[in-house]
Design a protein. Structure first.
Lengths: 423, 315
């Protein structure tokens, strides 16, 4: 079919529709709501033969999703930020059940202070729960990733739930050309869910439960989940190759954009990576050998393809759209850990925190990160991590603080005046 | 690549304008990216949307900093710095303003090194921001300024984007958009495609080291005078709880304690509902031991009140 203009949210909904999901437990949250609205309209209009149920919270939504998946039906759900955190207990539980389902997360920064715009602290909070994670850079990839995610989740060597992540606003509300695959080809790639020994018969109900266990059996079940997740790298690569054969789009575990002959590469996830592609093209126009290495698969961590992609580079620029308080960027921490001791690991890895709460990263900032990294390569020492933050932005914060100080004075004139921020 | 930013207020059809323009450009053979940008949605709040269109895949993303065309659907926004209407306007930009003032007036007022045009209005209205179908009008005029969209393609885009609103609304928007398209004939192609920021000639960002500041300064807390009472959350109500005092057992505490909004006060041993702040959750209806509170549809309650008021006036 020729491409049509779709938002990332509608592309996610199309993914669920083409995957012929059976059950959609739902709870709305900005910026995910359009996914639920779109699916709701299709189910209501008879265009999608699925059962959709609105739950009273994301915690219940995930419980319903996991319970349904444990009966052998194909389940889809979606949430964002606070909702994902509210469901966190069940994310761990459902993964422990080994219930395969697909959950879309529309990234949005976490409270407090509150924001509607994206960063990856929400999805990275779910990093260790047992859900596999696929990160998208454009709207077509959102649709494709939902289909890939079902294959991954339902693979007998894995059987784990999968999270597909797209950034709020930058993808969720942004329309781009998206090609809708033909249903017959999707069926070929993703046949109906063969639930195997996952079964439930309404006429013969039975209980499914887990027991309270000591460390020995507990370790067994937890480590088996880890091993299943690790299988994901090889299984994903095989599925992606099949996908490329049928649909003509490469969806490798790690995107390698003009990185083969690059001296320096950007390393990042999500939609801002498309901005890095643009920066790479402009830097190449200027004769600078810069590329982009972008993990699409973050759990399991594709350590080997990543190590291969950055091997022999002079420098890697890690841009983290997240912040682990008291540590720094999560991608930086994981990349350096995975490369430690490897003989051809890049000698310089610079760390930048940018894009928190949807704060944009400008073209000039991408270019400047390359300049900084070249200087580090020349001197042999990487600079300390840097927050991408300008003097102008701090001036705007000072204005807000001044207003808040006046408010406080008017409300509680008896209290100590606020300390004046120093410039 | 064409980079277009459309500014206006929530309710003016700014998102629709970008979608119409985006769809029209897409049908004209361009690769397109369009998106709205807003905070917590609110009618009347400044919002903007943007469209990128190119002959090749688009990797740029997010807000447009160097626009080729800026459309301002409400000229009062030009005086609001946080609306960012003027951001990145340069000598190659075209600014299309919906205003009673002339282009010359705005040129002097804004002291801008850009080409300024006034949106043609199909009818005279006191407040230009209230111009009917202003979103479609902006899209129609903008389409002509680009010069790469056929009249029929614009019409097709409007029909597609507004289809869900019904044929009557489509027809009216179509008239407004096509009239604006025709009115801008002598400005056709005035907007050109801009270029990307070059990597060998750029102004480095003025990055700073963010200093540590203690929590008294850096905690995100705003202390303001108690203002919840001024927010009339009662306007949200779709169901209204009404106390039947003949059946109220004067327990004086059950409904008022369970009310999640503290909207039931006990006055002289009798519960009184504060309808300015009751959101109509009906918890009180469920918990009242003698079932002395009933819920009625808010619109029916209001009709009754209006009838009573009319009655009183008649007398």
């Amino acid at each position: 079919m020729p491409p049509t203009l779709l938002t990332g949210n509608v592309a996610a909904a199309w993914g669920a529709r083409l995957a012929a999901v059976d059950y959609i437990p739902a709870f709305p949250i900005t910026p995910q709501t359009e996914i639920i609205e779109t699916l709701g309209a299709w189910v209501d209009g008879g265009e999608m033969p699925a059962r959709m149920v609105t739950l009273e919270s994301e915690h219940s939504m995930l419980t319903a999703a996991g319970a349904a998946a444990a009966t052998g039906v194909r389940v889809f759900s979606a949430t964002s930020s606070q909702g994902l955190l509210y469901a966190m207990e069940m994310l761990y539980t459902v993964a422990g059940w080994r219930a395969p389902l697909v959950l879309v997360n529309v990234s949005r920064g976490l409270s407090a202070p509150i924001t509607l715009e994206p960063d990856h602290n929400d999805i990275l909070a779910a990093r260790d729960c047992g859900f596999l994670q696929i990160h998208c850079a454009d709207c077509q990839e959102v649709l494709d990733s939902v289909l890939l995610a079902y294959r991954l989740a339902e693979d007998p060597a894995i059987r784990l739930p999968v999270l597909v992540n797209l950034d709020g606003f930058y993808l969720s509300f942004t329309r781009e050309p998206v090609a809708l695959p033909e249903v017959e080809v999707v069926r070929q790639f993703l046949p109906p869910f063969d639930a195997g020994n996952i079964r439930f018969t309404a006429s013969a109900p039975e209980s499914q439960a887990v027991a309270v266990l000591g460390g020995g059996p507990y370790s067994y079940f937890r480590y088996e989940t880890h091993l299943a997740a690790l299988n994901g790298v090889a299984v994903y690569e095989q599925i992606a190759a099949e996908f490329a054969g049928l649909f003509g789009r490469k969806r490798d575990a790690v995107e390698n954009y003009r990185a083969d002959d690059a001296e320096i590469v950007f390393y990042m996830i999500g939609s801002f990576a498309s901005k890095a592609r643009e920066a790479v093209d402009r830097l190449r126009d200027d004769g600078q050998k810069v590329g982009l290495v972008r993990p699409r698969l973050l759990r399991p961590f594709p350590a080997t393809p990543i190590a291969r992609a950055v091997a022999g580079k002079q420098g890697v620029i890690v841009i983290d759209q997240n912040l682990s308080m008291g540590q720094g960027g999560v991608l930086y921490t994981e990349l350096t850990a995975s490369l430690y001791g490897k003989p051809d690991a890049p000698p310089i890895i610079t760390s930048f925190i940018g894009g928190l709460g949807g704060r944009d990263i400008s073209a000039q900032e991408f270019y400047q990160m390359v300049t900084v990294t070249r200087e580090a390569i020349a001197s042999g020492t990487a600079p300390p991590p840097r927050l991408l933050y300008t003097a102008g932005e701090l001036r705007e914060v000072r204005k807000l603080q001044a207003i808040a100080a006046v408010e406080r004075q008017e409300t509680s004139p008896g209290q100590q005046p606020r300390e004046t921020p120093h410039e | 690549m064409y980079r277009i930013r459309i500014h206006g207020r929530g309710g003016q059809g700014i998102k629709m304008a970008s979608r119409v323009l985006g769809t029209a450009l897409f049908h004209a053979g361009f690769t397109v990216q369009d998106a709205p940008k807003y905070g917590a949605e609110r009618r009347g709040a400044p919002i903007f949307s943007y469209v990128r269109a190119a002959r090749e895949p688009i990797n740029e993303r997010g807000v447009i900093y160097l626009p080729d065309l800026v459309v301002v659907a409400d000229d009062t926004l030009l005086a609001v710095p946080t609306a960012g209407t003027l951001q990145g306007i340069n000598a190659n930009s075209v600014v299309l303003i919906n205003s009673h003032e002339s282009a010359d007036t705005w040129r002097h007022r804004l002291n801008l090194d850009a080409r300024i045009l006034i949106l043609p209005a199909g009818e005279e209205v006191e407040d230009r921001a209230e111009l009917p179908h202003v979103g479609a009008t902006c899209a129609g005029a903008a389409a002509r300024l680009l010069g790469v969209i056929e009249r029929a393609t614009l019409a097709q885009a409007i029909e597609e984007e507004l289809a869900e609103l019904g044929s009557d609304i489509v027809a009216k928007n179509l008239d407004s958009a096509l009239a604006a398209f025709d009115a801008m004939a002598d400005q056709q192609c005035i907007v050109g495609e801009g270029v990307a920021i070059a990597a060998n000639d750029f102004a480095p960002p003025d990055w700073i080291e963010l200093p540590f500041e203690n929590a008294q300064v850096s905690a995100p807390a705003i202390h303001a005078a108690a203002n919840s009472v001024q927010v009339r959350t009662g306007l949200w109500r779709t169901m209204r709880p009404v106390i039947d005092y003949d059946h109220c057992s004067k327990c004086w505490w059950v409904c008022s304690t369970f009310c999640p909004d503290s909207a039931i006060n006990v006055v002289d041993d009798l519960p009184v509902i504060d309808y300015d702040h009751c959101k109509g959750c009906m918890v009180c209806v469920g918990v009242c031991p003698p079932h002395a509170i009933r819920g009625i549809a808010e619109y029916l309650a209001q009709q009754e009140e209006e009838a009573d008021a009319a009655d009183t006036t008649d007398r």
